[in-house]
Design a protein around this ligand. Sequence first.
Ligand code: 13P
Length: 256
Amino acid sequence: MRTPIIAGNWKMYKTLPESVDFVRELAPRLASFSGVERVVCPTFVALAAVAEALKGTPVKVGAQNVHWEAQGAFTSQIAPTMLQGLVEYVIIGHSEARAYLHETDEDINRKVKAALAYGLKPILAVGESLVQNEAGETEQFVGGQVRAALDGISAENMANIVIAYEPIWAIGTGKNASGELANSIIGGTIRGTLTQLYGSSVAQSVRIQYGGSVKPGNMAEYMGQPDIDGALVGGASLKVEDFAQLVEAAAKAKGV
Ligand code: 13P
């Protein structure tokens, strides 16, 4: 069985003290749902303090991006070596990084490889725009993103990768994809692509999240779907009560 994973992507929200206060309040609220993997992804400046505050709790830490080089003259960037020992997960390929930082499929592939090489687990984000969705290009586009990001990645490495399907039109818009639609892209397109690349047993073992306007009120709809293994959550992960309700809903729906 695939362990559900709920990750909070805090984006560019919360100062360092706010981040630490938040996780001190959040961790005890999430303590009892041990069947669900719980992750917070704060900004880089708060990572060390949040990791320290979460020591001894079941809540794990993720970064929001990583560079592919081990070190070097890359002003403003963070190397995978700098995240080692600090985080377990790293979000790679988020649509905001693709759009605003102009990350290409090739960059994302390099980042996935570098993360794995340094023992970090990528949360690989993929998803189509509204224009692509309306043009009926979702399956081809998302399948292509998955293939490009995983180029050269071995089947063994897939045990350390989580994929997040985040349709861009659903992010921060309140216009979430229906559970059925998300399940069809995750189960059909993404697992279908993984089956072609690695065979069905690997494809069935990889955890795939949905992301895009996930809230306590719609969480059960996603977690009731057979191919959806959790959520990558923006806005609702910034509130302790909402985060706790998401995790509780996941535990309930998956019976863990
Ligand atoms: P929202 O949950 O705010 O729509 O953001 C989703 C997201 O981008 C998570 O990575």
